[in-house]
Design a protein around this ligand. Sequence first.
Ligand SMILES: C[S@@+](CC[C@H](N)C(=O)[O-])C[C@H]1O[C@@H](n2cnc3c(N)ncnc32)[C@H](O)[C@@H]1O
Length: 357
Amino acid sequence: MSFKFNFDIDADGEDVETVGVEITPSIPVEETSSGSSRIPAQLHSLDELIAKLPPHIAFSPLSIPLTSSKTITIPRRELFDVKMQLMAEDNNPSTNSSQSFSAAFTDEDIRTNTYEGGLKSWECSSDLVKQLATDSEVWINSSHRILELGCGTALPSCYILQTLLSIPGGDRPVHLTLADYNIDVLRLVTLPNLILAYLYATNSLPSTDPSVTEGAEETPEIELTQNIISSFLSTLQSHNITISFLSGSWSPAMISLIHGGLEYPSTTEETMYSLLLASETIYSPSSIPEFVDMIEYTLSNNNGKGYIAAKDIYFGVGGSVKDFVDMIEQKRWKWEVVREEKRGVGVSRVVGVVCKS
Ligand SMILES: C[S@@+](CC[C@H](N)C(=O)[O-])C[C@H]1O[C@@H](n2cnc3c(N)ncnc32)[C@H](O)[C@@H]1O
């Protein structure tokens, strides 16, 4: 089944219509208990994904207004650049492309169990960034294991990385895990955006200010040289930050990978996460129970906080905040709405915090 929701955020944080991408499954799929086919979970190291990076990326800064006088800037890879890479890979069978993300572009946002919408930034991800900025005191010193589920372009994790890199590295290690249904999303946008976040935090990006670039119309590009990759890695190391990735569906297998291979539902507190982030991940009623399972088995029981950003209701697909909250209340977890956004007659959006104790 495929869907078009008609929302994305443009460089000024405004909602715009976008064009989705038609994608065919790239790796073997597995049956779920309901009989549908899902991509199996896999763990990926940073090195593995670095080896899949393109030689250069075009980007633009996304401005997220926080207050009337403060704006958060997050650079992100341009969607047209991703499409060009995919088309080039489709025309060149010798590339390491998964021959997957078919180059046939349509206006679909999601194709269920095939492509779950990770190539573009969805509206609630900027709400989540704003909330993280508001609550930075809360997470900076207490969150050392951070998981973003359904990360896609990963604006919240990029904001966290930018923030951590702009303060002196602490003694305690920080581990960031980014999970997306599609490995191609991780290699095409998630990792490129994390590298852009590093370059932005270290003032190493070419300027995108027209007054500095003398009105140049070209979208800025950065060459991902060996030097840039090496300094990205050494900066992470000096800040005691490690990054890993997960692809595939939310499942017992993914939970088991997170816990170092322990058989589901076994977990250890050391491999649980103190901060869990998710934006626009509860649109499908059929996958909300799996998403809640992910929270149950990955969010620390000791003051772990899960920030969930979502639209009140997803017309056409049926997921809603109410369905999600009903499920977590049955588990007797706490839920607090910390941000509400509503523009005009559009659907309301919320950011809520879930805690298990
Ligand atoms: C609508 S996109 C949102 C992307 C991003 N968080 C944002 O707000 O811009 C939904 C994301 O949820 C993830 N997702 C949806 N269903 C999933 C499932 N069953 N298993 C794993 N990931 C899933 C996909 O990875 C996809 O990137």
